[in-house]
Design a protein around this ligand. Structure first.
Ligand SMILES: [Zn+2]
Length: 483
């Protein structure tokens, strides 16, 4: 019955060949699809369900930190966008513009938001008058458009993407800095605990910081090819935007002061990192905490055993509802076909139940991450399932952590860095001058992927000379190829 479908369903590409494997696994697992607009993808229900899980967790964490959600317009007048020079310079090449409606040209062209600082801060300047109005902590879950010209890749590089953008305002520098660090810690915890990805907490170099920020911090992850990719970020903007957008408040001493600001974001790019990092030759491997379906039950029966097996399967499915168990009761597919499909879709744990299992009062558990099979007594299933899900979550994280550790090297000279930079991140002494970083970009197609931060947010200090230019090193930084 399903032979033809089986053929088309199985992955053709091996993961070792990432360029073919990555888009194929995304299409076949039905996370996303291409659309008629290059660089704009369709997020299908299975992919959207993962995004919803990401949103739910991060949103709850943000709310606990006192952040409130709101919504600002998609369109931003050109004059507003142009107010903070560094910021606009950073974004102009990627802005998509609305210039006409119907048959008439607009008096002022409107940008489709590449990010919302400008339009939000215009309102902030009206809303913030006194120290009593602070802190103001707002966030949007929205879409933005950045018209990139590099080759698009679903999730990793798309022209329109979903994200959160947090924009917070404080009365003092100290409060703002503390908050930006708490946000980075929150994201870091999310990446490691929920996505099961090793995340490096770093400060961005001068060359790589966000357009308009005083400094930027981020969580960086390593892809299977050893290239780094930026995950969520948290920026301390100082008073730059406050000065450009006139965000002032009357302090407790009755004096006018500019406010202090932060911005932070996590985008659906992380779904791409999740897919690439954990997946294998058979498809997705999802961490239980973000899997739309953490556990699937596949009943195995013939005509004469169907009734008995289905009855037991339904019973188990009901008992295990709180673990997000899905009973695959489709009659038009064979169990083997179902195994393949759920493996392709990365469901962390499969429960198989057939007539022989019922006789023995047990079921078969199959882990997606290791392929390991085990027989479990039905009476012990309630304890065993959460235990195994937990073990899978931990195993995925440990693998990711080990991979990042193995691929982290140190170089004392430029020649050494040159040798190591393909497939690794390389820690070196660095002057943090943009010219120096540009030189590495030109010669090695590599850039900094952060200055390491310790738990107290101290940036790693340089010892000796920058290995690129020989001037005194002001910090240590990782160099690597990156996405
Ligand atoms: Zn240098």
């Amino acid at each position: 019955m399903a032979d033809k479908e089986k053929l088309t369903q199985a992955l053709q590409a091996k993961k070792a060949n990432m360029d073919d494997w990555y888009p194929e696994v995304i299409l076949k697992s039905e996370l996303a699809d291409y659309s008629k607009v290059s660089g704009c993808i369709v997020l299908r229900p299975y992919g959207y369900a993962i995004w919803e899980k990401i949103v739910a967790v991060v949103d709850e964490k943000l709310k606990k930190m006192g952040v409130k959600n709101c919504y600002f317009p998609l369109l931003i007048p050109e004059s507003l966008l142009a107010k903070e020079q560094e910021h606009v310079k950073g974004f102009t090449p990627e802005v998509a513009w609305v210039t006409e409606t119907g048959n008439s040209k607009l008096d002022e062209k409107l940008a489709i938001r590449p990010t919302s600082e400008t339009i939000m801060y215009d309102s902030y300047s009206k809303w913030i008058q006194s120290w009593r109005d602070l802190p103001l902590k707002l966030n949007q879950w929205n879409n933005v458009v950045r018209w990139e010209f590099k080759h698009p890749k679903p999730f990793l590089r798309s022209r329109e993407f979903l994200w959160n953008e947090g924009h917070t305002v404080f009365a003092s520098e100290k409060e703002a800095i503390k908050d930006s660090q708490e946000v980075l810690d929150m994201y870091h915890n999310f990446v490691e605990e929920y996505m099961a990805l090793a995340g490096a907490k770093v400060k961005k170099s001068e060359n790589e910081k966000f357009a308009g920020a005083v400094y930027s911090m981020s969580v960086e992850c390593m892809m299977p090819d050893g290239k780094m990719i930026q995950g969520p970020d948290s920026h301390f903007d100082g008073q730059k935007f406050a000065k450009a957008y006139d965000i002032k408040f009357l302090n407790k001493d009755g004096k006018m002061e500019h406010a202090w600001q932060n911005t932070f974001a996590i985008s659906w790019r992380m779904i791409g990192v999740l897919v690439a990092s954990h997946g294998d030759d058979r498809g997705l491997v999802l961490p239980p905490k973000l899997a739309p379906i953490p556990v699937v039950i596949v009943p195995i029966y013939k005509d004469d055993t169907k009734k008995e097996v289905m009855k037991k399967a339904e019973e188990i499915s009901k008992e295990m509802k709180k673990f997000g168990v899905h009973l695959d009761d489709r009659e038009e597919y064979t169990p083997g076909w179902k195994f393949n499909e759920w493996e392709l879709k990365g469901v962390p744990l499969r429960i198989e139940i057939g007539p022989k299992d019922i006789e023995k009062k047990s079921v078969v558990l199959v882990r997606r991450d290791t392929g390991e099979k085990s027989f479990v007594k039905m009476s012990e299933l309630k304890d065993k399932v959460p235990e195994v899900l937990d073990a899978i979550q931990k195993n995925l994280f440990e693998k990711s952590k080990k991979f990042l550790e193995e691929r982290t090297k140190t170089a004392k000279t430029y020649a050494e860095m040159k040798k190591l930079v393909d497939g690794n991140r390389v820690l070196v002494d660095f002057c943090n001058e943009p010219a120096c970083e540009e030189k590495v970009k030109g010669e090695l197609s590599a850039k900094t992927t952060g200055i390491p931060l310790d738990d107290k947010f101290n940036a790693a200090k340089g010892t000796g000379k920058c290995i690129i230019c020989g001037k005194p090193a002001t910090c240590k930084a990782y160099f690597s190829k990156s996405y």
